[in-house]
Write a protein that binds this ligand. Structure first.
Ligand code: COA
Length: 452
C-alpha cells in the first residue's frame, strides 16, 4: 500500500492509471517488505524496527550533499525548489521560481480509499489531547502521558499562532485514527529581495510509524501548499536534518553539558569520550551566580522593547524574520517548561539585552532512575550592553538552575563567538534551511531567526 504524491504530474499520472485498486498502494519493487511487517504482531514489529535501526538497514534519506547527488527525488524533483547541482552559489538575485499565475486547485488532493483529510482545531483542548495521545504520532514529539499538560503547552507553543486550516491531518475513516500531520505558521521575512515577504514556516511534519515510506509525506506537503496558496502565500521556510533540493544554508548543532553526571548515567552519546566522571564534572563546572547586572526574567511589558532590540539585531542579516509584537509575546514570554527569556535592564530602566531558550524534553528508555532528559535550546539573543559570551554564560547558569541537563545551540547568527569559549562541542547533527518557491544565493551561516 502507498500514497500517491504524483498528482498534477502528467507523465507520472499516465503510468499511475495502470495501477488499479489496492495495487496502486504498493511501493515500487518486487516485494513489499512493509506489508509483511504490517502483518506481524505489534511487539514483533517493534523488535524488527529496533534491529533495523541498530544495524542501519532502513532506507535512509541523504544526510550529506554527496549522498544527495546519488538520490532520486521523486517528489522534490517536481517542486518549485532549486535543483541540486544548480549552482546557487552563482545565483545573485532573489525571486520566485514559479509565478503565482498557476491556478490553485479548489479541491483537496486525493487520498487512498479509507483515508480522509481533517483540519485540527487546536483551540479545542480535546483535539490537542487526542493528538498527543495518539501513539506513533505524538511519540515523534517528546513527553509522556504523565507530563501531558507540559506536552500540550510545548505543542501549542510550536504550532500556534496559526490559521487552523494550516493544521492539516490525515485520518483513517473507519476509526478516525490520526495517521499524518503537518502545520504551518506565518513567518514573514525581510531582505529576501531587499523587501519584506510574507511566508509560512512549515512545521511538525509527521507520519504514523506504520505508514512510513509509503509516500504520505509528499501528499501532506502538497495539501498544505494548496491551503497556504489559497491564502495568497506562495513561499515557505522549512528545515530538515536531511539534504533535500537545495539547502539555502546549513548549520551544525553544538551542545554543552549542564548535568554531566546524569548525562553519563544515561550514556548520552555525545559526551567527550576521554573523560571520567570527576573530570567531566570539573570541566563543565559553572559559577553559582550570574554576573550580568540587571539580568531578570522577561515580563509582558518588556515585549515592545524586546521587539525593537531584536529588529535592530536581525536587520544585520541577509535573511531574517519580521516579528510582530504578538509574535514576540507568543515566542518569548516565559512559560514554565516551554520557554525561558531573560532581559538585561540598564540603570536608566531601558533594556539592553535579551536571551531566550526553549525546552526540549526527550524520553530516556530503560533506565532504572531517569525517565527524561531536559535540553534547553537557544532561540535567540541580542545584546547591546553585555558581551555575548558573558550573556550566554549567564544563560547556561540559569538553565542549569532551572533543571536543564544540557544546552544546545546551532552555529547560526553570531553564535560562533561563544560556542567554543563556553565549552560547547560540535555534534554530528546538521540542520538544513530551505525556501520553497524562491531562488536566492547560498548564505554562509544558517539562520534560526536570521541568515548572515
Ligand atoms: C519525516 C517523515 C514524515 C517522513 O515520512 P516517510 O514515510 O519516511 O516518507 P514518505 O515515504 O511519506 O515520503 C518520502 C518523501 O518525503 C521526503 N521527506 C522525508 N522527510 C522529509 C522532511 N523532513 N522534510 C521534507 N521532505 C521530507 C523524502 O525526501 C521523499 O521525497 P523524495 O522522493 O523527493 O526524496 C517521517 O519520517 C516522520 O514522521 N518522522 C518523525 C517526525 C519528524 O522527524 N519530522 C520531520 C521534522 S518536523
Amino acid at each position: 500500500m502507498s500514497f500517491t504524491d504524483e498528482e498534477g504530474n502528467e507523465s507520472l499520472k499516465k503510468s499511475k492509471k495502470k495501477l488499479k485498486g489496492e495495487s496502486a498502494w504498493r511501493p515500487e519493487g518486487p516485494r513489499d517488505p512493509f506489508a509483511l511487517l504490517d502483518s506481524l504482531p505489534e511487539k514483533k514489529q517493534q523488535e524488527i524496527q529496533r534491529a533495523l535501526h541498530l544495524f542501519s538497514l532502513g532506507r535512509s534519506l541523504p544526510k550529506t550533499l554527496q549522498e544527495a547527488k546519488k538520490h532520486t527525488y521523486r517528489f522534490w524533483g517536481t517542486q518549485p525548489v532549486p535543483k541540486l547541482g544548480e549552482k546557487n552559489v552563482t545565483v545573485l538575485s532573489h525571486g520566485p521560481i514559479e509565478g503565482i499565475e498557476a491556478s490553485v486547485r479548489d479541491e483537496p488532493y486525493t487520498l487512498p480509499q479509507g483515508f480522509s483529510w481533517d483540519t485540527l482545531d487546536l483551540s479545542n483542548p480535546f483535539v490537542v489531547r487526542y493528538f498527543l495521545e495518539t501513539p506513533h504520532i505524538s511519540s515523534n514529539y517528546p513527553g509522556k502521558k504523565k507530563h501531558l499538560k507540559v506536552c500540550e503547552n510545548v505543542f501549542l507553543y510550536h504550532c500556534t499562532p496559526c490559521q487552523s486550516q494550516w493544521h492539516c491531518g490525515v485520518r483513517v475513516q473507519a476509526n478516525k485514527k490520526l495517521v499524518g500531520f503537518i502545520a504551518a505558521v506565518p513567518a514573514d521575512v525581510q531582505n529576501v529581495s531587499d523587501r519584506e515577504k510574507q511566508t509560512v514556516h512549515v512545521k511538525l511534519l509527521c507520519v504514523h510509524k506504520k505508514l512510513r515510506q509509503k509516500r504520505m509525506a509528499p501528499v501532506l506537503v502538497r495539501e498544505l501548499t494548496r491551503r497556504v496558496n489559497l491564502q495568497g502565500l506562495y513561499q515557505a521556510v522549512y528545515t530538515a536534518d536531511i539534504v533535500l533540493p537545495t539547502p539555502l544554508s546549513s548549520s551544525r548543532l553544538w551542545h554543552r553539558p549542564l548535568n554531566p553526571r546524569k548525562l553519563m548515567e544515561v550514556n548520552y552519546p555525545r559526551l567527550r569520550q576521554n573523560m571520567n566522571l570527576q573530570r567531566a564534572l570539573k570541566f563543565n563546572r559553572l559559577p553559582e551566580t550570574t554576573k550580568t547586572n540587571g539580568l531578570r526574567p522577561m515580563t509582558k511589558k518588556d515585549a515592545p522593547e524586546i521587539l525593537s532590540l531584536l529588529q535592530d539585531h536581525l536587520c544585520k542579516f541577509k535573511l531574517s524574520s519580521i516579528l510582530s509584537l504578538q509574535q514576540v509575546e507568543h515566542w518569548l514570554l516565559p512559560r514554565q517548561n516551554v520557554i525561558d527569556t531573560y532581559v538585561v535592564e540598564g540603570d536608566d530602566g531601558s533594556l539592553t539585552d535579551v536571551v531566550s531558550f526553549y525546552s526540549v524534553t526527550s524520553r530516556v528508555l530503560n533506565h532504572p532512575v531517569h525517565t527524561a532528559l531536559k535540553a534547553a535550546h537557544l532561540l535567540c539573543m541580542a545584546s547591546t550592553g553585555s558581551e555575548l559570551t558573558d550573556l550566554m554564560g549567564d544563560a547556561l547558569i540559569l538553565a542549569k538552575s532551572n533543571g536543564f541537563d544540557i544546552f544546545t545551540a546551532f552555529d547560526v547568527m553570531d553564535n560562533a563567538i561563544f560556542l567554543e569559549k563556553l565549552k560547547f562541542t560540535v555534534s554530528d547533527k546538521s540542520l538544513h534551511y530551505y525556501l520553497y518557491n524562491w531562488m536566492c544565493p547560498w548564505m554562509n551561516t544558517g539562520f534560526l531567526l536570521a541568515v548572515k
